[in-house]
Design a protein around this ligand. Sequence first.
Ligand SMILES: Cc1cc2nc3c(=O)[nH]c(=O)nc-3n(C[C@H](O)[C@H](O)[C@H](O)COP(=O)(O)OP(=O)(O)OC[C@H]3O[C@@H](n4cnc5c(N)ncnc54)[C@H](O)[C@@H]3O)c2cc1C
Length: 366
Amino acid sequence: MDSVDVIVVGAGVVGLAIAAKLSQKYSSVLVVDKNASFGEETSSRNSEVIHAGIYYPENSLKAKFCVEGKHQLYQYCQQRHIPFQKVGKLLVAHGASEEASLENIQKQAQRNGVDDLCWQSQAQLKISTPALAASAALLSPSTGIIDTHSYMQSLLAQAQNNDAIFVGRTLFISALPNTQGFEVTLNSQGEDITLQCEQLINCAGLHASSVAQAIHTMPSQHIPKIHYCRGHYFSYQGKSPFQQLIYPIPSANGLGIHASLDIGGQLKFGPDTQYIDNIDYQVDPALKAKFFNAIVKYFPGLDAEKLQPDYAGIRPKLQGANDGFKDFAIQNEKTHGIAGLINLFGIDSPGLTSSLAIAEHVEYLT
Ligand SMILES: Cc1cc2nc3c(=O)[nH]c(=O)nc-3n(C[C@H](O)[C@H](O)[C@H](O)COP(=O)(O)OP(=O)(O)OC[C@H]3O[C@@H](n4cnc5c(N)ncnc54)[C@H](O)[C@@H]3O)c2cc1C
């Protein structure tokens, strides 16, 4: 049987960042993905925002990895010429009660080590962002946008330069722990193959729990249910009236339907949140009314004709629709008792921003 040091299941942004990192430490790293190419699922269906790390509870992995990952990602983009822009974001309030929420958000951000948020008065906003309706806002200067595809391409190139191998159209089928690690069965383009590996990294995103279930002896109590939470986007035709990202006050459900820009300057709105039972990326055009009503609160000049259904992404959430905050879950032997196995569950937002910090953590755990 052929053997490799590491098998990474899933070539999304997190799997690729882990492969780039582990290929510096291990001489043979194999990354497999069931799709033909890398990053065809959640990693290419998101907002492409480099988050500042404002909202997450302090000491959570999301807060820690987002803040660390943001700094690492900006540095990585600069060094490797990945298109990015630190455009900043305005978190907007309407009225006294939302302004009080802004104050609490600013305190939370400070506890997370994000101390650069600055208060913008209505008068300041009228001059800087005339298309915006708000009574006040917080400006987050360290929020940015990134070309995620270029970033993933660069991570893969970095891994391949260190002799890692990526194989698409290759489905993880099962793993049997043994004294040297795992005997792993893959189905590559219709053919079953068996490989030995020392370290097995499960970063299969929406499918991470199914992958864990196919690892013999993996205790079922440590395999969480993954809730699919779809977010839809509507694009806005024509020139953007905003140069920064515009976010409403977040709710228990998510960050709210916000305005973001891609690296080409295209304005889009979303994502909203809709829990679903099956993976399905369709965007119902009838959602336009809901989007219009949410956006018009901060963008009264919104032209409904210019709002077009665009794409959707699905968050692999550990919390259900009525649950509170759930953190990223990254398990090693200490949790599940299987040497050499690392499972990553619930890597929803800010997984893109956190990817390099997550990879560093996984390297530490191996
Ligand atoms: C709507 C939305 C907006 C978001 N916005 C942001 C944002 O602005 N900023 C941010 O930081 N984060 C954002 N995120 C979160 C971010 O996109 C994810 O955290 C990140 O993409 C997760 O990457 P991943 O590699 O873990 O998962 P994925 O990209 O899902 O990759 C998992 C891979 O595993 C493969 N796979 C699954 N099962 C198998 C198997 N059995 N065999 C082989 N391969 C398998 C899949 O094909 C897939 O390619 C957003 C997410 C969503 C849904």
